[in-house]
Design a protein around this ligand. Structure first.
Ligand code: AMP
Length: 181
C-alpha cells in the first residue's frame, strides 16, 4: 500500500488553468485517501497549489527545501513539516527516502530532472517504487514519445514502466497495483 507519495511539479503555474485544477484535484484526493505527500516545500506555482489542496483536506504534507532556494521559492509556512537540506542532491535523496511512489505533474526542467532521476534509479535497481506521470491535457505526451523512441532504438535497459494516469482515482489504483512489496 502506498502511504506517502513524492509529487514533482512546476514552481510556476504554466499557461493552462487546468494544470492548477488538476494539481489541486489530485493532491486533495490523495489527502482524503490518507496518502501523505512529500514535495519541494515551496508556496510558488503548482507546488503551492499541491500543498494547499492537501492541507485543506487535512492531509499530511512534508516539504524538503534546499537552504539556498527558500527565499526564491518562498517556503510554504503552513506545512505539517518543513525540512531544510543543504542542496538539490540532498533534497532529491530525502524525497526518495520518504516516498513510496513518485508522481510528476506538469512542470519545468526541475520537475523533469527529478522524474528522470527516479526513473533512472528504478531502471538500475536502486529502488522499486512506481513512477507515474499525471498527464493533464497531454502535457507529458512528448516525454512518453521520447521514452518510446529510446526503447525503439534499443537504448533501454530492462524496462521499468513509466506509468500514466489522467484521473486521481486511476492514479492511486495504478500506484497500489505497482507498489513495492
Ligand atoms: P520547475 O519544474 O523547473 O519549476 O522546478 C520544480 C522544482 O524543482 C523547484 O523546486 C526547482 O527549484 C526544483 N529544481 C530545479 N532544478 C532542480 C534540480 N536539478 N534538482 C532538484 N530540483 C530541482
Amino acid at each position: 500500500m502506498i502511504k506517502r507519495v513524492a509529487i514533482y511539479c512546476g514552481s510556476r503555474m504554466g499557461n493552462d488553468p487546468q494544470f492548477a485544477e488538476a494539481a489541486a484535484a489530485l493532491s486533495g484526493y490523495l489527502a482524503k485517501q490518507g496518502v501523505g505527500i512529500v514535495y519541494g516545500g515551496s508556496s510558488a506555482g503548482l507546488m503551492g497549489i499541491v500543498a494547499d489542496a492537501a492541507l485543506a483536506e487535512g492531509g499530511d504534507v512534508i516539504g524538503v527545501m534546499p537552504d539556498n532556494l527558500w527565499i526564491q521559492e518562498r517556503a510554504h509556512k503552513g506545512l505539517t513539516q518543513l525540512e531544510f537540506v543543504s542542496g538539490m542532491h540532498q533534497r532529491k535523496a530525502r524525497m526518495v527516502e520518504l516516498a513510496d511512489a513518485f508522481i510528476a505533474l506538469p512542470g519545468g526542467i526541475g520537475t523533469l530532472d527529478e522524474m528522470v532521476e527516479v526513473l533512472c534509479w528504478s531502471n538500475i535497481g536502486d529502488h522499486n517504487k512506481p513512477c507515474v506521470c499525471f498527464d493533464v491535457n497531454n502535457f507529458w505526451q512528448p516525454f512518453f514519445t521520447l521514452m518510446e523512441h529510446i526503447q525503439q532504438q534499443d537504448f533501454a535497459h530492462h524496462q521499468v514502466p513509466l506509468l500514466k494516469a489522467t484521473q486521481p482515482a486511476e492514479l492511486l489504483t495504478l500506484l497500489n497495483e505497482h507498489a513495492a512489496a
